[in-house]
Design a protein around this ligand. Structure first.
Ligand SMILES: Nc1ncnc2c1ncn2[C@@H]1O[C@H](COP(=O)(O)OP(=O)(O)O)[C@@H](O)[C@H]1O
Ligand SMILES: [Mg+2]
Length: 469
C-alpha cells in the first residue's frame, strides 16, 4: 500500500494465500476473531494487487490524483485517493461526488468517466479515465509563453472549440439537474486527441436538485473566488450575514465566462489575489469589490489585451458577466449567440462533428436508463460510510510514490450496472485488517500529517449543505 515502503507494500498475494491456508482451517479457528475471519474468507480472497503508481497527476483540496497502471490489464487510469478514515463531515460530499460523476461521466464525452471505487488498507480511491493532455491550466500557461503575453492567447476559433465543449458538458449536467459549482481551468482536463477534447473533472462541489429548473437555487458558498459569481462573493460583504441565495446554473455560467476570458486573453477579469483592492484582504471580498467597482472590461489590467477581441466575443462576455443573475445569459442564450455560432476552421469543426455523433449515440443508450442503479448507489454509500470507520485510525501513514503497488480490498464497478454489488461490511473490514496485521506484525501508528491528508476547507461547507438537503 501507499503507506508502506516499496519492499513493504501491503500483504503480498502469496503471503495472504499461505496465511489463509493456515488460518482458515476450521479446526484451528479457536477465537471469536478467527471464526469471524473464517466467515469472511471470501472477502480476503479478493485481495488483489491491481494498481501500480506511475506518477503524481495533481494535488487537490481533498487528496492527490495519481497516474496508475492496472498491472493485470496493462491499462492506465487516474486514481484519486482519500486518506482513511474519511472524516465524518466528508462522507456526504464524497458520496455525492462519486454518485454524480458516475451518473454523468458515462453519459457525456466531455466529462471524465469514473471506472470504479476501491477501498485499500489506507485509502478510499476513485479510479477514473485518465486525461493524458493534462489540465487547461498547463495548456494556457504554454500558450502564454508562446505568445509572450502579446495579442490573444489563442485564435478565437480555437477558444470557441474548447468553449463549445465546456458549454455542452455543463448543459448536459444542468439537463440532469446537476450544477458543477467549481468550473475552472484546473478542473478542465484534456484528452490525447489532436485537437484535444476537454474532459471536465472534479465533482467535489457538485450538487443536484430535484424536479424543475425552478429549484436550482442553492445556499452554500462554495467554489473558487476568481470564478465566483457576485451572488456568491456577496456572502463576504457583511450585509448578507454570510447567507446567500443563488441560481446554481447561473453561477456555472459566470464561471464559464471567467474561463472564456482567460483562455482568450490570458487574464482573469476579477482576481482574489489582486493587490490593489483598497485594503481588502479576503479574496472573495476582493473579487466582490472588483465586480461592483467597474464593468469587467474596464479593469485596467485587461486593457492592453481587449483591443484584440472581436466585438462578438466582448458582447458574449458582457452578457455572461451580468451582475444580475436573472438577466445573465442562459446556456441556451449562449448557444444561440453569434460568437458561439461563428464557424471554425475545418479541423475544429470536424472534431466537434465526430464528438457530436458519438454523443448522440451515448444519449440514445442513456435514454434507456443504461447507467442508473439504485443498488450501485447503495453499495457506494455503504463503502463510503465504512471508510469513515474508526478501525482505520491506528493505521500508519506514509506518502505514495512511483512504483507503489496498491492492493485493493474491495472494488465497486461504477461503469457497468451490475445485477449485484459486493457487500463489504464491518466484519469484512476487520477480517482484512486482521490478516494484514498478521502479515506485518503489529501496526504502529505514527503522528503527523502526510501529503495525503485531506485538507479541511470549504468541504465543510459542502457537508453543512448536506445537512440542509
Ligand atoms: N482523470 C484525470 N486525468 C488526469 N489528471 C487528473 C485526473 N483527475 C485529476 N487529475 C489531476 O489532479 C488534480 C486534482 O484532481 P481533482 O479531481 O480536481 O481534485 P480536487 O477535488 O482535490 O481538486 C486535477 O486538477 C488534475 O490536474
Ligand atoms: Mg480540482
Amino acid at each position: 500500500m501507499g503507506c508502506m515502503s516499496s519492499k513493504d507494500q501491503g500483504p503480498p498475494q502469496k503471503a495472504i494465500n499461505s496465511n489463509r491456508g493456515q488460518k482458515y482451517k476450521a479446526a484451528e479457528a479457536s477465537t471469536a476473531e478467527e471464526r469471524s475471519n473464517q466467515k469472511h474468507n471470501e472477502v480476503v480472497q479478493n485481495f488483489s494487487q491491481v494498481y501500480k503508481v506511475e506518477r503524481l497527476l495533481g494535488t487537490g483540496a481533498e487528496g492527490n490524483a495519481w497516474l496508475v497502471r492496472d498491472v493485470n490489464a496493462d491499462k492506465l487510469w487516474a486514481l484519486k485517493l482519500l486518506k482513511l478514515p474519511l472524516p465524518a463531515r466528508f462522507v456526504q460530499s464524497v458520496f455525492r461526488e462519486i454518485r454524480l460523476q458516475s451518473e454523468l461521466g458515462e453519459g457525456h464525452h466531455n466529462i471524465i468517466t469514473p471506472e470504479e471505487v476501491v477501498l485499500t488498507s489506507h485509502y478510499l480511491g476513485l479510479v477514473m479515465e485518465y486525461a493524458p493532455g493534462g489540465s487547461m491550466t498547463q495548456y494556457i500557461t504554454d500558450k502564454f509563453r508562446d505568445c509572450g503575453g502579446v495579442g490573444l492567447l489563442m485564435p478565437e476559433d480555437e477558444a470557441r472549440f474548447f468553449f463549445k465543449q465546456m458549454v455542452n458538458a455543463v448543459d448536459y449536467c444542468h439537463r440532469h439537474q446537476v450544477v458543477h459549482r467549481d468550473l475552472k481551468l484546473d478542473n478542465t482536463l484534456l484528452s490525447g486527441h489532436n485537437p484535444p477534447y476537454i474532459k471536465l473533472c472534479d465533482f467535489g462541489f457538485a450538487r443536484n436538485w430535484d424536479g424543475t429548473g425552478e429549484q436550482s437555487n442553492m445556499t452554500t458558498v462554495i467554489g473558487t473566488p476568481d470564478y465566483m459569481s457576485p451572488q456568491l462573493t456577496a456572502a463576504k460583504t457583511g450585509n448578507q450575514g454570510g447567507k446567500v441565495y443563488y441560481d446554481g446554473t447561473k453561477a456555472d455560467v459566470w464561471a464559464m465566462g471567467v474561463l472564456l476570458c482567460v483562455i482568450l486573453i490570458g487574464k482573469f477579469p476579477f482576481e482574489g489575489d489582486n493587490v490593489s483592492s483598497m485594503g481588502v484582504t479576503d479574496p472573495m471580498k476582493k473579487v466582490w469589490v472588483q465586480q461592483h467597482r467597474n464593468k469587467w472590461d474596464e479593469n485596467s489590467m485587461l486593457q492592453s489585451q481587449l483591443k484584440y477581441l472581436s466585438p462578438n466575443a466582448r458582447d458574449l462576455l458582457d452578457k455572461m458577466f451580468d451582475l444580475d443573475e436573472k438577466n445573465r445569459i442562459s446556456i441556451q442564450g449562449i448557444m444561440e449567440h453569434p460568437w458561439y455560432q461563428t464557424p471554425m476552421r475545418s479541423h475544429f469543426e470536424d472534431a466537434l462533428g465526430t464528438l457530436k455523433q458519438e454523443q448522440d449515440e451515448v444519449e440514445e443508450k442513456l435514454a434507456k436508463g443504461a447507467y442508473r442503479s439504485a443498488e450501485r448507489d447503495a453499495a457506494i454509500d455503504n463503502l463510503i460510510k465504512l471508510s469513515a470507520s474508526g478501525d482505520f485510525k491506528s493505521k500508519a501513514t506514509e506518502p505514495i510514490h512511483k512504483g507503489t503497488i496498491v492492493p485493493v480490498w474491495t472494488r465497486l464497478s461504477l461503469r457497468t450496472v451490475q445485477p449485484e454489488y459486493p457487500i463489504f461490511n464491518r466484519d469484512s473490514l476487520r477480517a482484512c485488517l486482521a490478516v494484514q496485521q498478521r502479515a506485518h506484525g503489529s501496526i504502529t501508528a505514527h503522528a503527523g500529517s502526510t501529503p495525503m491528508d485531506p485538507t479541511v476547507n470549504t468541504k465543510e461547507d459542502a457537508e453543512q449543505e448536506g445537512r440542509d438537503v
